[in-house]
Design a protein around this ligand. Sequence first.
Ligand code: ATP
Length: 349
Amino acid sequence: MRILGIEGTAWAASASVFETPDPAQVTDDDHVFIETDAYAPDSGGIHPREAAEHMGEAIPTVVETAIDHAHERATADGASERGADSSPIDAVAFARGPGLGPCLRIVATAARAVAQRFDVPLVGVNHMVAHLEVGRHRSGFDSPVCLNASGANAHILGYRNGRYRVLGETMDTGVGNAIDKFTRHIGWSHPGGPKVEQHARDGEYHELPYVVKGMDFSFSGIMSAAKQAVDDGVPVDDVCRGMEETIFAMLTEVAERALSLTGADELVLGGGVGQNDRLQRMLGEMCEQRGAKFYAPENRFLRDNAGMIAMLGAKMYAAGDTIAIEDSRIDSNFRPDEVAVTWRGTEES
Ligand code: ATP
């Protein structure tokens, strides 16, 4: 099975080819190709109109590159099996949401065009479920708790009765967005997360508000307090250290509570903030202390990427979970718990 994936919910114009003999598990014959063109704002944060302009320019190019790659793979493994004129792909998977509407519309239009060009089915993927499924897939874990720590979101999820249930989530801004708003305030270029990670290494811990309510968390107060601290003359490295320790301790606390409440003994991490070493270590240590397993995918699968869209697309396609073009509208507020999980039944049977 060979699936073309297209991602473009915010900053990453990305296309991929995922090829596997069995989408239910990692095999030695799996092959993942990812081509990404990232939008980097000249100043400030992600501007929706500029991001959409970037998508409009970059998506056709990354998609054509992925299609060329699929053709090469098809030729190499004997296209004759399918016939010389046949499609090099079995389906097109695309991120339907959540994300920036103008960007999503460009991705959906490209996906529909490619599906029609090759006369193959379309698969509409929830971007947040893809962030967690890539970790579940690559870890081989059965039923993990999943922490999605990304730019625009922060969720802790657990699977029950055919859906990923949101056990806890941010009550205001996404975790990466909070970090980026702080770094924008002090004049650092986007994205701020890697810079905070670097500066935090040289800093002393500076206390910031710690806000966990039950299973939910809030980041806007931390962001405001961090900005104020820098304005008041606290060394920026200390504020970065305080941000990391505070935010990641909150995420770790809720992840631990979710493991405890669900009785799960596996945790997977997803999302661009998940690239942070300190976050991975805190989660890893917490899991070790309670005898649970922890898995964080490679960075290329943590940040936004079309590989995760194609991987989940392959599972959905195998389960017959495709979508008609007329039903393939985007959903910029597509929540992970709205997705009927069709593919896990197929895997488990
Ligand atoms: P979403 O997936 O919710 O749509 P997104 O589109 O912003 O979010 P991601 O690629 O998941 O995309 O995450 C990007 C975020 O990750 C940015 O906010 C960025 O600052 C943050 N980030 C990247 N690297 C690091 C790091 N090393 N430490 C902390 N944060 C990081």
